[in-house]
Ligand binder design. Structure first.
Ligand SMILES: Cc1cc2nc3c(=O)[nH]c(=O)nc-3n(C[C@H](O)[C@H](O)[C@H](O)COP(=O)(O)O)c2cc1C
Length: 361
């Protein structure tokens, strides 16, 4: 049998009914870090309509320095945990698994917009994504404390019933700031790009049970630099991803804005393709799957995108280059995108309209 969108996939003890993942998307609708009823219904509708694996939007770990936006979710505190517990209950009742994406924003943080404006601004080297001095370099105690907060947050997610976590190691936030040479100029052992991420994964593994899924999302591009690269060659990427895989990751998520672009010159392999080749782990491809034209950040300028069938991505998945495909905007705009994709009803998919972000249907 060939691998198609409808093929199941087992990760640890969790059975995914198909290969469609909803990409993590922070869409607001939170009160003091707690998802509101609209966000709860958003996830429920997607779970009821065929999504094989849900990944929540980035959720700040249980540490005052983690948040960079007051409207985005947190895992800290009873109110937020109660809300997440209800979401997990709904999603499981609909028969789908769900991972909590966990994040620390690092120096990508204006305290005035964050959940705790009094908290320090921490990063590997006290520089921002432009390489300018900003915030503080983390001391060894800070590093231990943040690693413990990642582990505590994953344990809380497990208590709430999440099937696992996705560790946000992409887009220029804290973990990625350790991976990327521009934001990591330390002169201790944490200068090694993968070291901090490895210790985060090991701590999560040590704090959670054997069924708990750990996904790791990485990217070349950063929120403030789309041309950035953490690895210029396959060898450099291997140096980053191999130790992270060995630390106990079950699933990788290679974040790009256009899934089909070759990652390095001289080979057609995509970011997801190289990730799978290097780690031998199940891997998610993402980035303009099911849309043409504008890439995802244009949503924030109010731009939509034309819908298209994700034929190329499905073919490359069938060839074994990667295992799952994630859709962001298609599933933001149409709660039934997955069920339409699974039954080859792409004619019924509407073009993506950026108003979907505000409407959250
Ligand atoms: C509104 C919005 C919010 C997003 N928030 C997150 C996030 O919280 N964490 C993350 O890793 N990526 C985030 N992304 C990126 C998506 O996960 C995805 O990689 C991107 O949208 C590309 O997929 P698409 O072209 O299908 O939209 C966000 C994207 C959008 C559109």
């Amino acid at each position: 049998m060939t691998t198609g969108l409808n093929s199941p996939l087992r990760i640890r003890s969790t059975e995914l009914a198909n290969r469609i993942v909803i990409a993590p998307m922070g869409v607001g609708h939170c009160d003091n870090g707690a998802p509101d009823d609209d966000l709860r219904a958003f996830y429920r509708r997607r779970a009821e309509n065929g999504v094989g694996l849900l990944i929540t939007g980035a959720t700040f770990i249980d540490h005052p320095t983690a948040s960079n936006h007051v409207l985005l979710p947190s895992i800290a505190g009873q109110q937020a945990q109660d809300s997440w517990g209800r979401i997990v209950g709904d999603v499981h009742a609909a028969g789908a698994p769900i991972l909590l994406q966990i994040e620390h924003a690092g120096t990508d943080r204006n305290p005035d917009f964050s959940l705790d404006p009094t908290a320090r601004i921490l990063g590997p080297s006290g520089v921002d994504q432009h390489g300018r001095a900003y915030g503080e370099s983390m001391s060894p105690d800070d590093i231990d404390e943040i690693i413990a907060a990642f582990a505590r947050s994953a344990r809380t997610a497990e208590h709430l019933g999440f099937d696992g976590v996705e560790v946000h190691g992409a887009h220029g936030f804290l973990i990625d700031q350790f991976i990327w040479g521009k934001t990591n100029t330390r002169d201790d052992e944490y200068r090694e790009p993968s070291r901090f991420a490895v210790e985060v994964i090991q701590a999560i593994r040590a704090s959670t049970g054997p069924d708990f899924i750990v996904s790791f999302r990485w990217s070349q591009w950063k929120m403030h630099d789309f041309a950035a690269q953490v690895a210029k060659t396959p060898g450099e990427l291997e140096r980053v991803l191999r130790p992270i895989a060995d630390a106990g990751v079950d699933l990788f998520h290679a974040s790009t804005r256009r899934w089909w672009e070759p990652l390095f010159p001289g080979s057609p392999l995509t970011a997801a393709g190289w990730t799978k080749k290097i780690t031998s782990m199940p891997t998610i491809a993402v980035g303009s799957v099911g849309t043409t034209g504008a890439v995802f950040h244009s949503v924030f300028q109010g731009r939509g995108a034309k819908a298209t069938a994700p034929t190329g991505a499905v073919e490359r998945m069938q060839q074994g280059e990667f295992d799952l495909i994630a859709a962001g905007r298609p599933l933001l705009g149409d709660s039934e995108w997955a069920v339409k994709a699974l039954s080859d009803r792409f004619g019924e998919v509407r073009d993506f309209d950026a108003h979907a972000l505000a409407e959250l249907r």
